[in-house]
Design a binder for this molecule. Structure first.
Ligand SMILES: [Zn+2]
Length: 265
């Protein structure tokens, strides 16, 4: 599922393919991912637009165009891909052609969003610090979470606390930091929060290096699983060989090592 690293890869690819180029043709078939303008309006405003800038914050992409702003959220199964002009793409929800590239947005399950708007998106401004764009200040994160009775796993998924961390990166960071995912955030010391920050930074860097390339296959669609614990319940822990366990928290699965991430007494 797309989280910060996957959306960052999308931003890097889109910059390579589209930045400073003019969209010569746009095809936007009607679908439930669209917001802000009708499909014909979108096609009209995108055609001839120059792509000035592509930014990412959390799981959102912002494409600043000469004719407005295009916002993209990949939802659960969305991805931006480059294809030959004649290629048919199944699940295509948008097509942007520039000279030398035909860029498609594909999204089988359609939980993504594509918004063409002149207004700012409120979501963009309520996001917490982005680990790559802003960096995470361990002290500030400790101050933000140390009164929360929620579990640290759930707090890390809150996009107003940190932008872009989702179910995968939270589980990976907690394993790297050796912190039990059910611990109440308020029970964590500043040292443990600092270890979680290092865990997030390390996990994002690792995932980016692993996934670098023009197209990602998400683990959920049968791609290789490069992660330490995510979707690896029952497999041996990479550090101590104990079998990893899966629990549910707030409706989401969390995998962890019962030994390395034991709850302190
Ligand atoms: Zn272990």
């Amino acid at each position: 599922m797309p989280e910060l690293p996957e959306v960052e890869m999308a931003a890097r690819n889109l910059r390579r393919w589209l930045a400073k180029k003019t969209i010569v043709a746009a095809r936007i078939p009607p679908s439930r991912i669209l917001r802000g303008a009708s499909p014909p309006e979108m096609e009209q405003r995108l055609t001839g637009a120059r792509v000035e800038r592509i930014e990412r914050r959390g799981k959102w992409l912002r494409l600043t165009l000469s004719t407005g702003t295009l916002w993209s959220h990949l939802g659960m199964t969305g991805k931006w891909v480059r294809r030959a002009p004649d290629d048919e793409e199944k699940y295509e929800r948008a097509r942007l052609d520039v000279r030398g590239a035909s860029v498609r947005y594909r999204d089988p399950r359609m939980f993504g969003r594509l918004v063409l708007s002149d207004d700012e998106m409120p979501e963009w401004h309520t996001l917490g610090p982005d680990p790559l764009v802003d960096g995470i200040d361990p002290r500030a994160l400790y101050e933000r979470v140390h009164r929360s009775a929620r579990s640290i796993k759930e707090v890390l998924l809150d996009q107003t606390v940190l932008a872009g961390v989702g179910n995968i990166q939270a589980a990976e960071a907690l394993w790297r930091a050796r912190v039990n995912p059910t611990r109440a955030a308020k029970s964590l010391s500043a040292t443990e929060v600092a270890a979680i920050v290092r865990g997030i930074d390390a996990s994002i860097a690792y995932t980016l290096a692993d996934e670098a390339g023009p197209e990602i296959t998400y683990v959920e669609e049968g791609g290789q699983n490069p992660f330490m614990v995510y979707a690896k319940s029952g497999q041996p822990c990479r550090r101590c060989k104990t079998r990893l366990r899966q629990i549910r928290q707030g409706g989401r699965a969390t995998v962890f090592c019962p030994k390395c991430q034991a709850k302190r007494s």
